[in-house]
Design a protein around this ligand. Structure first.
Ligand code: THU
Length: 161
């Protein structure tokens, strides 16, 4: 007989950006500013990300699209790879993701490829990477570890070292 396995992802919902502590609000502000610099001429869907590293360094990114659509890259990976290419030993503690122009009250959560990249980063740094998914006029969703968005994921533990 098959045994059901329940997978629960703990997500925190904050009422608004104003309900966050100042360091988080600043990260959301910077992600918002980054979104406004996105190159999103094909989708018109601007996304910004801002991450803070353990030493306080903040790095931002936004989506960069391409006429050959799959060549484009999301805001989250732009920020993450920019940070890690400069500080390969860096520890990314927090990342805010903001979409300024979204309708309704649903913040954007990272796509599957970005979830995989964020999970890899958690393995790489052996520490959790906290995510804030925000819109300016509405709730902010938080996960304490990016990997919580990717249950039953494939990671380094499956590969022989
Ligand atoms: N996009 C991101 O940058 N991050 C996300 O979390 C979701 C999607 C971008 C990719 C593409 O440039 C545009 O949004 C529409 O999919």
């Amino acid at each position: 007989m098959a045994e059901p396995v329940e997978i629960i992802t703990p997500v925190l919902k904050h009422a608004s950006v104003d309900a966050l502590p100042e360091p988080d609000r600043e990260l959301v502000r910077l992600a918002h500013e980054a979104a406004l610099r996105a190159y999103a001429r094909y989708s018109n869907f601007q996304v910004g990300a801002a991450l803070r590293m353990a030493d306080g360094t903040v790095v931002t990114g936004n989506n960069q699209e391409n006429a050959s659509f799959p060549a484009g890259i999301c805001a989250e990976r732009t920020a993450l790879h920019a940070a890690m290419s400069q500080w390969p030993e860096g520890v990314v503690v927090d990342m805010a993701i903001v979409v300024p122009s979204i309708t309704g009250d649903r913040a954007v959560s990272p796509c599957g490829i970005c979830r995989q990249a964020l999970l890899e980063q958690e393995f790489r740094q052996n520490a959790p990477l906290r995510l804030l998914m925000a819109i300016l006029q509405g709730p902010v969703f938080e996960v304490k570890r990016a990997g919580q968005l990717l249950p039953m994921s494939f990671d380094a533990s499956f590969l022989r070292s």
